[in-house]
Design a protein around this ligand. Sequence first.
Ligand code: FES
Ligand SMILES: [Fe+2]
Length: 440
Amino acid sequence: MLDDLICGRAASELFDGDAGVINPTIYADRRIYEQELERVFARSWLFIAHEKHIPKTGDFFATYMAEDPVVVVRQKDGSVRVFLNQCRHRGMKLCRVDRGNARAFTCSYHAWAYGIDGSLVNVPLEKESFGPDFRKADWGARQVPRVESYKGLIFANWDDTAMPLRQHLGEAAYYLDALLDRSPGGTEPIGGLFKWVIPCNWKFAAEQFASDMYHATFSHMSAVAATTPERAGKPSPLPGRQFRSPRGHGTGFYVSPGFDSEWRVPQTGHAVPGYDAAAVAARHEAHNPSRNAIATQHMTVFPNFSFFAGVNTCRVWHPRGPGEIEVWAFCLVDADATAAEKEQLRQAALRTFSPAGTFEQDDGENWVEIQRVLRGFEARRTPMNAQMGRGREFGSDPTYPGSVNNAYNEDAARGLYAYWLEMMRTPVRAQNQGQADAGE
Ligand code: FES
Ligand SMILES: [Fe+2]
């Protein structure tokens, strides 16, 4: 049974998928946000790190699952564990560095020490002060019960009854492969992580990367004019497609083999010596021709992992209240790419999608201004339109799996909000019933 009310409001009042209407209070109401933490984030597959962020035993990477700090650690047997970054004594943050290699994690407050598997291994004055009933085995760091990877990307889920990650991705995996499976060597992250704050709701970012090819022509006009003036102000002449997943994922892309490789040079402002766009395209074409045709792709894996292929920026939109996100972004390359290709990509990503990136500024400004408008009482109850493409769906394409339409569309946005609403309406204990029924 799904709840009809969400935080005292009729569910259909918050989002009406048939009509394509959004109630903007979903971006601004703190009670809705708190329910998202419980009903969406605490039972979704959330991106944690790339496998190559932690290649060796003891390598760790500290991140977040929504607002909960977690640490992912490579174990002796090569497996990966994720545990809550919270000491079980008085709750101090256990690991206070971003990443590194450790043999143990020692709390800075009273020095309880935990092994790389999260078990409590040492308590100062244990014998003298804690008595015979104290059992260290009961006080290990809290483990995230489900950790699974897809082609190098590690995801974790607090819900031990959740469907497997691969099943959750469903047909979206095909489109994820356009980033992850273009080359025989797989992928690796390069450079560091960019972390910055944007005062906006997480759904603006997630939705845009899932669904919004529309804004690019207009919001990014000056960035395009500066790099590829012949394209400024015009929708792309390339054919495009958009995919809508039944579980909130979405992607849009142009269809043009090799276009991404060429696109990196103008976005960088110059060609890095040795960079050979034709050779990159040929490698991709030889390995995975169907995915090679997917170019300049935006995608969100529900709820908050997104990427923009072409310059291959990957990011998590960590929610920080209804009106703020922390963006954590890194650049992903083919592991077997040449040094020149990696450098070309790194520079292109820096210049376009990074805290100082030209395109990034355009997107962030839109989200921030919308959020500011939503301070207004009347603004928060003025419905928003998400009807683009409605009634004009063709719904399938023999080349691409799943529900597919024209790239200039809001069908994937409607899919994201429909799945969000379903999760928000699903009481926590009955949580997996509907998902299992909807399985592919
Ligand atoms: S809070 Fe960690 S040892 Fe006391
Ligand atoms: Fe954008």
